[in-house]
Design a protein around this ligand. Structure first.
Ligand code: H2B
Length: 100
């Protein structure tokens, strides 16, 4: 079943749960500074495994040591709980392994 797109009211309560992420149109985005290109690529590989495990796939942009992630649910044409769950998971992986 398709996930329900979050309403504006629901977004108001979900956004504070991911304070490092910014609402951009119908996406949430965050740029992670991993400290080196090697670490950035390692982080992207971990993101790939997480994306496959949850069947939810972010847009990924690597610029040297920075990784920009944008999340949205294409099937629902906007943000859903799945985007926020993945954002929180990525925050945890970053803090545990890559944050300087
Ligand atoms: N990833 C993202 N970001 N949004 C989706 O709507 C989506 C996805 N849909 N990964 C999934 C795969 C869907 O195509 C499959 C069939 O579950």
């Amino acid at each position: 079943m398709r996930d329900a797109r979050l309403s504006a009211l629901e977004l108001d309560s979900f956004l504070p749960t991911v304070p490092s992420w910014t609402l951009v149109d119908r996406e949430i985005a965050r740029t992670f500074d991993c400290g080196s290109f090697r670490a950035a690529i390692a982080f992207v590989v971990q993101i790939g495994y997480l994306a496959e495990a949850t069947d939810h796939h972010p847009d990924i942009d690597v610029r040297y040591r920075r990784v920009r992630i944008a999340l949205t649910t294409h099937d629902s044409d906007g943000l859903t709980e799945r985007d926020f769950a993945l954002a929180r998971a990525l925050d945890e992986v970053f803090v545990a392994n890559y944050q300087q």
